[in-house]
Design a protein around this ligand. Structure first.
Ligand SMILES: Cc1ncc(COP(=O)(O)O)c(C=O)c1O
Length: 387
């Protein structure tokens, strides 16, 4: 194995998922990439090494994973981080003081918390926009915007952004486009093919799929961006461990099969919930009356495993969540144990006074329904269910 495992082969998705980035271990022939649990590498002479110097900078297990994920997202390279939030933090190093970032307004609460409570302190400005309406993005653009941060489908109400249209628009202003693709996985949506510059994941979710690791990854369309992310890995140090990298390499081998089944289950659940008299509103892009259905069909090859629904009251939501027999009441998604979660408020919530306007307007994400789930304080009135 060289300093960077090559990304080839590029065949069908399921085949790439099993093979890309992985060669038998050169020292033993082990068919599965070993966990290189080492902090450093012996040098034959001063500065004479086999491409690996120090494990914060490079690790063969992590390199194999990065090559694997780059192949699945059709990027030129990838960098793996200690969590989805660490990956998002790394992406935000593409902007500097005074720059503005246009952000999907209905997005994971932890991302909002990072932007508003950490990064605004460094003079970065954020504008939250309903990016499912391309005209709203257009209104928000000017030459100060250096990054457009998209989440599609959104967490929790599954709004869909037209990735091709928004990427073309952002590029007219020389802004980079980054897409949080956690909900779809590269199996159903590949934003780089639709014009985005960077794509990221909380690998904690579908990519891992077994609820046994926290991680994040950023995949780039351009070599210089991937090199910058490698620099940030080394400089800031929030890297994915060899063991977590190995777990993910194990997981991506079944990604295609798992995503097919998540999709099938969510379709069946949506069909059931859409007829249920007690469900007031169902959010699922696979339904023909979902406002993003047309765009979803164009840019995604499936609708994924996520849906959310409004039960009308906190009490009803609590009954659904606490009464379920197979679904566990837990944070997260994408694992086989089917966690279900009330999008409740806590430190990741969007502060009512600063809530993006369209969220206030439609009244759905008020103080009773917010992004995500923390320590069981379920003040939400809707239930979100990974298929
Ligand atoms: C869409 C999305 N992005 C990012 C994250 C953050 O990922 P992590 O928990 O791995 O830091 C989450 C976590 O739930 C998420 O749902």
């Amino acid at each position: 194995m060289g300093p960077r495992t090559t990304i080839t082969p590029r065949m069908g998705f399921a085949t790439d998922a099993i093979h890309a980035g992985q060669k038998p271990d050169p020292s033993t022939g082990a068919i599965i990439t070993p966990i290189y649990q080492t902090s450093t590498y012996v040098q034959e002479g001063l500065g004479k090494h086999q491409g690996y110097e120090y494990a914060r900078t490079e690790n063969p297990t992590r390199s194999a994973l990065e090559a694997n994920l780059a192949a699945l997202e059709k990027g030129v390279g990838a960098r793996a981080f200690a969590s989805g939030m660490a990956a998002i933090s790394a992406v935000l190093t593409f902007v500097k003081q005074g720059d503005r970032v246009v952000v999907t307004e209905d997005l994971y609460g932890g991302t909002y918390r990072l932007f508003e409570r950490v990064l605004t302190q460094f003079g970065i400005r954020f504008s939250y926009v309903d990016t499912s309406r391309t005209e709203e993005v257009e209104k928000a653009m000017d030459n100060d915007v250096k990054l457009v941060f998209l989440e599609t489908p959104t967490n929790p109400i599954l709004r869909i952004t037209d990735l091709r249209a928004v990427s073309d628009l952002a590029h007219r202003f020389d802004a980079r486009v980054v897409v949080d693709n956690t909900f779809m996985s590269p199996y159903f949506q590949r934003p780089l093919e639709l014009g985005a510059d960077l794509v990221l994941h909380s690998t904690t979710k579908y990519l891992n799929g077994h609820s046994d690791s926290i991680g994040g990854v950023v995949i780039g369309a351009r070599q210089e961006d991937v090199e910058h992310l490698g620099f940030v890995q080394n400089a800031a140090g929030a890297i994915l461990s060899p063991f977590d990298s190995w777990l993910l390499l194990r997981s991506t081998k079944t990604l295609a099969l798992r995503m097919e089944r998540h999709d099938k289950n969510a379709r069946a659940l949506a069909a059931f919930l859409s007829k249920h008299p007690k469900v007031q509103k169902l959010y699922y892009p696979g339904l023909p009356d979902h406002p993003g259905h047309g765009v979803a069909k164009k840019q995604m090859s499936g609708f994924g495993g996520m849906l959310s629904f409004d039960t009308g009251s906190l009490e009803a939501a609590r009954r659904v969540l606490e009464g379920a027999k197979v679904f566990s009441l837990a944070e997260s998604l994408g694992g086989g144990r089917k966690p279900q979660l009330p999008p409740c408020n806590d430190d990741a919530r969007i502060h009512p006074g600063r809530r993006p306007p369209t969220v206030r307007r439609d009244g759905r994400l008020g103080s009773t329904l917010s992004r995500n789930r923390r320590r069981g304080r379920s003040r939400g009135r809707s239930a979100t269910s990974p298929g």
